[in-house]
Design a protein around this ligand. Structure first.
Ligand code: ZN
Length: 499
């Protein structure tokens, strides 16, 4: 008899400072939340759901997908959405299964639970106390005791931009299959350090995270432990369990895992200054971009980054670039459904004046939306769909909604109905813009843009634009985080440039 697996995805990185609500509609990016259409959408893609489907197929298991929910980062998940997603998963497990494979983010905050993943695992454990549960998490997980108690195996992405999503599921699935075969008995040890690491500087491809992730990878890849993961945490969330953490999956005996865990976490604490972000004036950054030779010069606005919960309609960087006279530029996507509508009604070739972006206030940041008046010609209209060809989420379909391009003469601005992180060149190429042939490429991203845009960039200039994903943590009002927390306490000044 074939084994029966329940495979599910419930992914959201919640920015508690974001003004954008997160209802169930936000989770149905593929159009289908479950069953065969959801499997067809995910299978073969470089995502953790795609990886788990591969694990189930290779095991010859019968499997169902009762929930395949993934939303862009945004504000609190509504109670109704959370209950719908978790009920679908729990009800399927209740029918009986040999294993549960969960593609989760690890930073979900719902209106009524600040540890969305821990609560899901609690609910599964209440009805299936002994079923093996393999979990794949994002690198930006906020780890909790409830997640550790609930899961049998946990792995996290080793990369940022996240180009190893499917592989993270395979790593978890490999240990699960050995567990089901009776070869290993996974036991997890975990811990954290009170460090709020800036996501602008904590990628595992660079120090100081490189050293930490290197220790974890070496231990797992050499077979010293079953799995080892490090999690950077996600600082734009006001929750008690914000910290830098690590999870080691050991076989039966945990002593060796404890030693490794403490080595990783002690190294994190020793290197904590390297996790600080140093803010700079936007006008200085744009002037620096203007002074550079050659191109493309990729200008990444990390203050309004969709993949961290940004509204994607803050115009501060585009405004400064136009004010300083940058030319031969492309920019976007800016999310503004009303302007898309206006451009489509005007038609390709028409002259329009737009009050672009700035439609959404950000009360938690004390920011009012501020549209930018721009004049230009409608250059293109598209359905906003393309298949990702770059290394991150390869093979998935991005759906930006109806999309239009405004040509101001100096800048081509892509405006879309929905939010989409520009991690793939497709955000421009699908509407006839080749960013490789532009002097300046203005995008809203913190790190994921590097997957698609770093290979084409002659220079990269990070831009401290306004928004609810700002990297200067002094701009956020935290009331629920557990103190002391670096860099707010202990020896703890915010790192700042003197200039
Ligand atoms: Zn992440």
């Amino acid at each position: 008899m074939a084994r029966k697996f329940v495979v599910a995805m419930m992914m959201h990185e919640t920015n508690t400072f974001s003004p954008l609500p997160t209802p169930i509609d936000s989770f149905a990016r593929s159009g289908a939340l479950s069953g065969a259409p959801a499997i067809a959408e995910a299978e073969g893609t470089n995502t953790s759901l795609g990886g788990f489907i591969e694990v189930a197929r290779q095991a010859g298991a019968e499997f169902t997908v009762p929930m395949a929910a993934s939303a862009h980062p945004s504000g609190l998940v509504t109670e109704a959405a959370y209950e719908q997603m978790t009920t679908a998963i729990v009800d399927e497990v209740r029918k009986g299964c040999d294993a549960v494979l969960l593609a989760l983010h690890g930073a979900m905050v719902a209106e009524h639970f600040d540890d969305g993943e821990g609560e899901l695992l609690n609910r599964i454990r209440r009805i299936a106390p002994d079923v093996p549960i393999a979990v794949a998490l994002d690198f930006h997980t906020q780890m909790t005791e409830a997640m550790i108690r609930g899961a049998s195996i946990i792995t996290g992405y080793r990369t940022y931009p996240h180009i190893d999503m499917a592989d993270t599921a395979r790593r978890s699935g490999r240990t699960l299959m050995r567990m089901l075969a009776g070869e290993v008995e996974p036991r997890m040890v975990w811990g954290n350090r009170p460090i709020m690491s800036s996501s602008l500087v904590h990628t595992p491809s660079r120090e100081p995270m490189k050293t930490l992730m290197g220790m974890a990878n070496q231990a797992e890849d050499s077979g010293q432990v079953l799995n080892a993961s490090v999690f950077g945490g996600f600082p734009q969330a006001d929750i008690p369990h914000l910290a830098l953490s690590s999870v080691i999956v050991c076989d039966k005996r945990t002593a060796e895992g404890e030693v490794l865990l403490n080595r990783i976490l002690d190294a994190a604490w020793d290197k904590r200054e390297g996790f600080l972000f140093h803010p700079e004036k936007l006008s200085v950054q744009v002037a620096r971009a203007k002074a550079l030779d050659g191109g493309p010069i990729v200008m990444a606005d990390h203050g309004d980054n969709t993949a961290s919960g940004g509204t994607q309609d803050v115009m501060s960087v585009v405004e400064e670039a136009l004010a300083q006279g940058l030319e031969d530029a492309c920019a976007g996507p800016i999310c503004d459904p009303a302007c898309v509508d206006q451009m489509i009604k005007a038609g390709v070739g028409a002259e329009v004046t737009l009050q672009l972006g700035g439609k959404i206030d950000m009360p938690a940041m004390g920011l009012k939306g501020k549209p930018l008046q721009v004049n230009g010609r409608v250059k293109a209209i598209t359905d906003g769909q393309f298949v990702v060809t770059g290394p991150m989420a390869t093979g998935t379909t991005v759906r930006m909604g109806r999309t239009a391009v405004l040509d101001t003469g100096k800048m081509l601005i892509v405006v879309s109905e929905k939010r989409a992180e520009p991690f793939d060149l497709g955000v421009f190429t699908h509407c006839g813009i080749d960013p490789r042939r532009k002097k300046y490429v203005l995008i809203k991203s913190r790190q994921h843009f590097r997957a698609g845009f770093e290979p084409i960039a002659k220079h990269i200039v990070m831009c401290d634009g306004d928004g609810c994903t700002a990297s200067d943590l002094a701009l956020f009002k935290y009331t629920k985080v557990k103190r002391p927390l670096y860099p707010f306490d202990l020896d703890m000044r915010l790192g700042r440039n003197e200039a």
